[in-house]
Ligand binder design. Structure first.
Ligand SMILES: [Zn+2]
Length: 687
């Protein structure tokens, strides 16, 4: 730990010197740019900093955090100087001019293009006055986004309501009541305090008292819309400045700025994709809403189903399905796939069937079948002190046919509260490089409970899905024959990860993945059925909302409104066009839409859906070609198509436009049919 500050410090220094020497050389002759030299320019610093970052994520300590705090500014400044370097950007420009156009796109043109795009997006090619204005706008935007976010947090945090009459919370499960009780020891008697946190909003699914549901719902749709935390002007200011910035950078609007680093070719393409999907989903959502209306009428003689009733009756409807739970209607402003697949009553029971060792062994075996790679534990080959925790394991990945080693990865499965960050992720430790002759190394990190008292580590369904998801990223990093995950447009990065998630719901594999940790029995077929059914429950309503958010986000960035009223009007009219039921006129959800005003998804909210469509369509080939059949022929096809997926999407990585790679695999451009099928939307006609 004591080495971090001096080591990183001296690496920053030597790297800065190399940058200066290179810049001098390129000023004298821009044609001296050498991509191999660029690859190694800050490689030692990059690796060291990557290792420090990794350690901080998995085995943090106050000493390490202090050390990072001390050196981080130097590293950030150096990286900013490198990306803002005019001589280097200009050298890329002259290299682009000399690349033979006849060769078309290749690994080199991709590197040069993305370097030029980043330079353009940071304003390097603008005039000196414009560069000043760009810098000023960027600073203002970062301040405005920060304020927008703080207002949402403060406004949400300021709302509360005390309930004293137990009748007002009838039907709310005990575990929620305990969380709401003012005095936890008197959770049955009350009083209870309601607020706008996710866990409190859960209660609209269970609360029989309609006025309580309405109260919470109404409070949740006007966050940050009045008084000291009003985001109305902030929203207009952000959109206006983004428009100004786009023009200074040489784009027509901010949607085009966002699109510059994505694979979709134009806003029009994205809009037409979303509109088609939206109408399809709206049709399905209307059917779902009718179902809820009928249920409300039948159960409670309710004639006017209101927005605060839908979550409640959806929950009731889900109870009529075996063990299926739904997502919250109020909290799905943000992506909530996690809660969508959560099991209400029996997640504990489901978990008994997923002992981690068994899941892992079956999963690795499946990867051999699907992609022709063999994964072997090689922890014993490492010196124990190379590992940051004794439970971490190290695996070699080899080609199953030739036995040639391809890559390796570290697997860090268990939670270490206080030292390890929560969540799950894949990180690239070493990249493949022909020039440096390195093979890929990955970090796979999960946060499972370690075995205790004779009980093995058990995984929830969500954990299993996460394992598959993160391995999708890791496989693209490890099985690349060229550029790996570097240089992939970010609307496509989630393609292999979401593709892998599909396999969790492939019944033959799901059956094999399960084995009760005590009885050794596979999961009962009825439980398997409900897991698969839960995936598409209410998917029309869910998709319609996501499409509505995406199109509204795009529209605001294509033609920014000049006033908050205009923004709200647009929100209203688009909700009429795309939801099964329009928003209430008093709904101000835009003023708390953090993904696009307080985060990095501006004019890019649609990319979630886009990656899902690609993943579903890739998986669709397995379905259409009979590779999912449980026959010898099906198995043979599974292996053949899986290897093609490996040779294209996993192997090509960022070395060519990912949509072209997709076409190489699919034999045609992207089609939405498989996605509709996956969500059960294909049975419903759009408008
Ligand atoms: Zn991911």
């Amino acid at each position: 730990m004591q080495h971090v500050v001096p080591t990183v410090g001296s690496l920053v220094e030597s790297c800065a010197k190399r940058i200066t020497v290179l810049e001098d050389k390129l000023r004298a002759d821009p044609e001296m740019l050498d991509l191999n030299e660029m690859e190694t320019l800050c490689l030692d610093l990059g690796r060291a900093w990557g290792a420090v970052h990794h350690l901080n994520m998995v085995q943090s300590s106050s000493e390490l955090r202090d050390a990072i705090e001390q050196v981080q500014p130097q590293v950030v400044e150096l990286m900013a100087n490198l990306s803002q370097s005019e001589p280097i950007s200009k050298a890329y420009q002259s290299m682009a001019a000399t690349l033979p156009a006849a060769q078309g796109e290749n690994e080199v043109t991709r590197i040069v293009d993305s370097a030029l795009r980043d330079a353009k997006l940071s304003g390097i090619f603008a005039s000196p006055e414009d560069r000043e204005r760009i810098k000023k706008l960027q600073m203002e935007l970062s301040r405005l986004s920060h304020t927008f976010r703080s207002n949402v947090v403060a406004s949400r945090g300021a709302w509360s309501h005390t309930v004293t009459d137990p009748k007002d919370l009838a039907g709310v499960p005990d575990h929620l009541l305990k969380g709401l009780a003012v005095n936890p020891e008197q959770w049955q008697e009350g009083p209870w305090k309601l607020d706008l946190t996710q866990s409190c909003m859960e209660l609209v699914k269970y609360c029989q008292a309609r006025p309580t549901r309405e109260l919470l719902y109404r409070a949740s749709i006007v966050v940050a819309s009045t008084g000291e935390w009003d985001n109305s002007q902030g929203l207009v200011d952000i959109l206006q400045r983004r428009q100004d910035l786009a023009q200074l950078l040489g784009y027509g609007n901010y949607a085009d700025v966002s699109l510059a680093s994505k694979s979709a070719d134009s806003t029009a393409t994205v809009e037409s994709f979303l509109t088609a999907l939206g109408h399809k989903a709206q049709g399905a959502a209307r059917v779902e809403l009718e179902e809820l209306r009928a249920l409300a009428q039948e159960l409670d003689q309710l004639d006017d189903l209101k927005p605060w009733d839908t979550g409640y009756y959806a929950e009731k409807l889900s109870e009529s399905l075996p063990r299926v739970s739904t997502f919250s209607y109020l909290s799905d402003l943000c992506w909530s796939r996690a809660s969508k697949t959560k099991f209400k009553i029996n997640s504990a029971e489901v978990q008994q069937y997923f002992p981690a060792d068994h899941v892992m062994a079956v999963f690795f075996d499946f990867l051999t079948t699907l992609f022709g790679v063999r994964i072997q534990d090689a922890t014993a080959e490492l010196e124990p002190e190379t590992l940051w925790d004794p439970h971490v394991r190290y695996f070699q990945v080899a080609d199953a046919d030739s036995n040639k080693p391809i890559a390796s990865f570290f697997l860090d499965l268990y939670a270490r509260p206080g030292a390890k960050s929560p969540g799950a992720w894949m990180d690239n430790c070493v990249d493949r490089s022909a020039h440096l002759k390195t093979v890929p190394v990955a970090h796979m990190v999960l946060n499972l409970q370690p075995p205790s008292g004779g009980t093995p580590t058990l995984m929830s369904l969500r954990d299993v899905e996460t394992l598959f998801h993160e391995f999708g990223h890791a496989l693209q990093h490890m099985l690349t024959t060229v550029a790996g995950i570097n240089n992939i447009e970010w609307d496509v990065v989630e393609l292999p990860s979401q593709f892998m998630e599909n396999w969790v719901y492939h019944k033959p594999l799901l059956r094999r993945l399960t084995r009760h940790h005590e009885s050794g029995k596979p999961m009962p077929e009825s439980m398997i059925d409900s897991i698969v059914a839960a995936r598409t429950f209410m998917s029309g309503s869910f998709t319609a909302r996501q499409v509505f958010f995406s199109l509204l986000d795009l529209s605001l960035h294509v033609s920014p409104p000049t006033s908050a009223e205009e923004a709200v009007q647009r929100q209203q009219s688009m909700s009429e066009a795309f939801l099964a039921r329009p928003l209430l006129p008093e709904d101000r959800f835009l003023l708390q839409f953090l993904h696009i005003f307080g985060g990095g998804y501006a004019a890019g909210y649609w990319s979630y859906k886009w990656a899902e469509v690609l993943a579903a369509d890739a998986f669709g080939r397995f379905e259409e070609d009979g590779a999912l059949a449980e026959t010898a022929e099906g198995e043979r096809k599974l292996e053949a198509i899986g290897r093609e997926f490996r040779a294209t999407i996993l192997a090509q990585g960022g070395s060519q436009n990912p949509l072209r790679t997709f076409e190489d695999f699919r034999g045609r451009p992207v089609d939405y049919a498989a996605f509709y099928r996956q969500l059960n939307l294909d049975a419903t006609q759009g408008q």
